[in-house]
Design a protein around this ligand. Sequence first.
Ligand SMILES: Nc1ncnc2c1ncn2[C@@H]1O[C@H](COP(=O)(O)OP(=O)(O)OP(=O)(O)O)[C@@H](O)[C@H]1O
Ligand SMILES: [Mg+2]
Length: 748
Amino acid sequence: MDRWCGVVSLDCSFKIYGNKFVVLKIVSLRKDYFIIGKIGYIARSEVANIYRLFELFKNFILGLSLFGGNLTFIVSREEGVYNTLLVLHASSIAERKLKNWVREVLAYINSFSNLANLKWQYVDYERARDILGFLLRRFVGLVAIREFEIRNYRYQIAERAGRSWEFDSILGGAISTGGDVCGIYLPAFKDGTFLIVGANLDPIKLSIKRRNEAFFKIDAHRERSMDGWAELERHRFKVMIVTGIMTAQAPNKTYSLTLNIRNIYQNALQLPKLILSKSLTERKSREKIIRDTILGLLMNMPYGITIDSKLDSFLCFLLPIMVSILFVRKRSFFDPHLDIYEHATKGEIQIGWQLYSGERLAPFHIGIKDLRRHVLILGKTGTGKSRLARIIAEEIVRKKISKIWIFDFHKEYLDLTRKYDFEVYEPGTTRRALQVNIFDSQYEEKESYASFLTAILLETIKMRGEEATAQMERAISYATWATVHSHNPSPTTFLSKLYEWCKEAEETLPSALYTFHAVANRLKPLFSGVSKYIFWVRRSNIDISDLVNKNVIFDLSYLFKRNLKNEIFLLVNILLRYTVMALFKQEYLLLENKPPRLVLLVEEGRYLVPWRKISSSIDTTAVEDFATLARKYGLGLIIIAQSPHLISQDIISNSGTLFLMNTDIPEREYPILENEELRKYIQMMPPRHAIVKLSSAPSLIHIEVKQHHIEPYVPPAPTPQQEYLPQTQIIPLDFEDWIREIISLNSK
Ligand SMILES: Nc1ncnc2c1ncn2[C@@H]1O[C@H](COP(=O)(O)OP(=O)(O)OP(=O)(O)O)[C@@H](O)[C@H]1O
Ligand SMILES: [Mg+2]
């Protein structure tokens, strides 16, 4: 507000009404009240119904005029987006009169909006300040272009006898000659330009009053001609049409108009010119200048137009301009009309906007309650999933809502380490090595961890398309169990235990030794090659209970590039298991309304094992399934996937916050997306758009994700010290050698 006061040096304050309108009060000699609303969606009919549209706006203006004051529409373009503001202004010495004016006008606009399906953009305090700042800058611009005189457009209508104009016939003519009434062509409407069309409502009010009086008079004296009636309606109407470029220049500097602005004038005035051209003659304006209000000032600047005509003719001039600037905005062929939700305008994490028919009507936020339920982001490649996740992740870190672990497959998140405290692991490398002894049950009961590990090992084998016989399953199950329970759980112990089982079974099963080799072969890829730096280790180099208190990036790009899917799969699921169990064992039962302690962001949801497969293995004290357990003990999940078909059904059904970007729709969501058009739309949706389902409140919201740019970043190479240290945990003898060792030891 400071700048406002600085420039106009007046007292001002503002209030917000119903989240839709800003009422600005300026106090000087007189008091000026402005009602400002940002127009969102307007029901747009086909050209066939254009008369209805004009009728609608005609009624709107006539209705408004009963309250007096000035009516102005402002269209501007910023960052490619057209914004349309409605500004109503009244001025008086008596404040009480103005307060009544505000109340009545707001009531009128509200009821008209319902009737005309006119939606207003949500306005909160911050936004109100933006809007006022925006108006201010334009007013500065306006003052600056005062030098410019549009002589050609200073018309007055001089109607000659015998030439009577009917509203419909004129418009009809304009439309049939191909006039683009609905939506003026504004190629010159570059970012930062604005166009203002305003009218003083008082003459309209007066004109209506006179007409009504005349009507009664005519009724009383039937002999009076209709011509006389029309003459009574005649009035001097004041219009303002202004365009300019937003500047923050000092008002007294001369402003050079660019060609663009002339183009806008020409385009904006083409239609009214067409209509009025034959009946216009130029005449010097004689009105006295009233300088005591801002809008009054504007109205009387050289670009003000005075039209001396009948009311209908005047509306003929005004309506096409007003209506067409309101439709200057572009829209796609189908935009969903989903409701705007108040509860989604607040929350810790700002994501973008709620859209109605493609218009940003309100901000879109998610809150802690949404993070507590798992977040699922579905969308085809390039739709902006990672960027959306990134916005959420960054807010979590910036506002210290929770700790976050990011499983990054494309080095997309590393630049976060520049601004925030992150531990980075790059599994597979020796630089930022991550070493995980998968046989270490960490904070889980050994029994249940062993059955989880067995399940996950069998899953990795199946993922590679290899078969595991019943006997192999038994061997793995035993060896895993025995290793996890041993004093020295490690991959080498596992191999020994495996051999032990096979040797013993050999007495009854002749193929048992074959089973040993078959299992070893199937698991070998996990413990050799690049993977040996992760899993062929005696000890883990991380302590989960410590790590859950830190922000961590697991840079999986090294593994991902080498297509080491099984390793990623094993690693992600074991880490996920460890964290849930660590939180569970530490009994950090998450309190109501508290954010999760730790959020895991998994970029490729297809690497998560179906929860139902491993839930049965959780020890008997935990009756809940894995997802519920995670939620209860403060682990939030953000999962990204390209299609619902790529991830398991139970992950989808456990997500409380669902972002559907351009993608196939999960079958279970069909009931809530019963609208066929909406379903089609989801599969053609532009990038950065999403349909969101929040389970914190039953709502389906169409959103646009805000712009979020990332500077590419390559983290500095680690110091030699860092390079050396982690290698010490790696088992010196290779997997193959170890097998040979076991066999030779036993054959002795
Ligand atoms: N909110 C945004 N702000 C700015 N640019 C964006 C935004 N969303 C998407 N983009 C642009 O689109 C590109 C693709 O977005 P993103 O990487 O998020 O897609 P994705 O859905 O994760 O794709 P993939 O499935 O291939 O990983 C980005 O590199 C960026 O240039
Ligand atoms: Mg991505």
